[in-house]
Design a protein around this ligand. Sequence first.
Ligand code: MN
Length: 430
Amino acid sequence: MNQTAIARSWVEHANDHGDFPLQNLPLGIFSRPGEARRCGVAIGDAILDLETVLAAGLLDGPARTAVEATRGGALNDFFALGRGPRMALRERLQVLLGEHSEHQAELKAALHPASECQMHLPARVGDYTDFYVGIQHATNVGKLFRPDSPLLPNYKYVPIGYHGRASTLRPSGTEVRRPNGQTLPAGHTEPVFGPCAKLDYELELGIWIGQGNEMGDSIPVAEAGEHIAGLCLLNDWSARDIQAWEYQPLGPFLSKSFITSVSPWVVTAEALAPFRCAQPARAEGDPQPLAYLFDADDQASGAFDIELEVLLWTARMRDEGLPAHCLTLSNSRSMYWTAAQLVAHHSVNGCQLQPGDLFGSGTLSGEGPGSFGSLLEITEGGKQPVHLSSGEVRTFLQDGDEIILRARCTREGVASIGFGECRGTVRAAR
Ligand code: MN
């Protein structure tokens, strides 16, 4: 790899940083103790306060417009501006933070250690939709119920999804209170009420919607990529026992709506551009997408090559100073539909998408053991306990367990970038 081709920053800890080098520059909403929420950009182990950069007179034109749109402690208005101002801000910040910057002294005053800042949700989410486009996950889960025909007939025609609950989206680090609910324990004929006994995680990507559409209009698939502002990690915490009892005929309800965790940094479409790839070919015999879901350019470069990881850190591991146990290594190429296809499908009936809406991809599992994105799959519904590096075993999550999602993009010849973490620790039911 030709290292000299990779631009460097005068912020030394950003160079070769696992997540946030100069090439990433994800946006988020942060606050310092006692201060209001504002927009920042992650650079190495620091956060660059864009309000301070603006006040120093270092931004003008569309880059200035972009930062002005972040005021109010949410990125919705910034997302609504679309790609132009977002790119202008990115290009300006790469100059300001680049190793030849003439403004290092002013910018140093705008840098805060990330460890001293609190991260918040990036946007006020009007609507959250969870899809189900990880085909390996859908196959694995389907097999538990229908070994002979795991995928229902619509799966390869329709990007399956349901309307989730925006009010309980929370940033990484928010504790996960074990939900109470109705379940039908094995051997019972009537349900019982109490704490969920089968608490699970789901490894997903989050898709942040940029510019939306008017109600009644739809977004053509060829233009849909323009409506995606960026990506994050998303943990769709799931109460499997509540889900099993409630989900028919209309799908998940209270088994999902108690909390959904997201990583706080929006990794922009521009930062992800080097890691786009062709949508994997459909299996022999699979139908072609209907015309409104098919675009040749989207098929050629609309997928993402993102490595995904899930770690479990139990209370005992923390107490004994042991590292977290890796449960899952997976990749976003397991999406059967591209992000643009999700946008096109969601709006094809005239449904309005708005800036700051959030999509979940669905659980992104790989093909083999070690790549499954939920305990439901890893333990085959709780039948095969997973043995942890600490000597503990799990079928589902216990109180005190922390789940950590990570994501990373690597490609020969370009700087690697990451998403930061999406963490959550399970607390006892109330
Ligand atoms: Mn899900």
